[in-house]
Design a protein around this ligand. Structure first.
Ligand code: HEC
Length: 163
């Protein structure tokens, strides 16, 4: 016979089941992004370049000649991106916080571009240009017109040549 007490126990169990179920659903939600994107302005620090040689390689140009003389040099060079899955957004730009690093062999050094956003270098899509030392520490940063102007050849790809 289905007594009142059984009914209460039944209610308790179904409530318990609902809680367990809702916990399951939370576990199904995507894992937090390891490199979450800031939404307004991103001011890079040394630590943001840490381990850049372990990032996703965009191109590895060993003995490759620069395409119609545009590149910094013909020396062997590698480009990495920190956010492996970054894509151009609806505004035609990479998300704020996107970081690309290019290392050139033969003493030329390491350059980087960071999507800083906000009002920074807004006439060139908010990119900040960097030189890094071999340990990945920032040695200079600016909105250099030299960098702006040559990278503007690929304005339609948000100033990024290789991706
Ligand atoms: C004369 C043209 C030219 C100038 C000036 C120039 N770049 Fe580049 N840059 C290139 C080309 C071409 C590539 C594509 C990779 C390659 O062929 O080496 C590139 C690649 C890069 C990349 C990798 C991301 C990408 O666009 O593919 C970074 C980062 C970068 N340059 C930073 C800089 C910085 C910082 C400056 C200014 C100090 C600068 N560049 C000035 C032509 C230029």
């Amino acid at each position: 016979m289905f007594t009142k007490r059984m009914f209460v126990i039944f209610l308790l169990f179904s409530g318990f089941a609902a809680i367990v179920n809702s916990c399951d659903k939370e576990e199904d939600s995507p894992a937090p992004d390891p490199n979450p994107m800031p939404s307004t302005e991103f001011v890079a620090a040394d630590s943001d370049f840490a381990g850049f040689r372990t990032w996703k390689v965009v191109v590895d140009l060993k003995n490759a000649l620069s395409d119609d003389g545009r590149a910094h040099t013909d020396a062997a060079r590698t480009v990495w991106i920190k956010q492996a899955n970054a894509v151009l957004g609806q505004n035609g730009q990479y998300p704020i916080g996107t970081i690309l690093v290019k290392e050139v062999q033969g003493g030329y050094g390491i350059v980087a571009m960071v999507k800083r956003g906000g009002t920074y270098n807004s006439s060139h899509n908010g990119w900040e240009w960097f030189h890094l030392d071999t340990a990945g520490k920032i040695t200079s940063r600016n909105s250099s017109s030299v960098c702006n102007n040559c990278h503007a050849k690929v304005k339609s790809a948000d100033y990024v040549f290789t991706r």
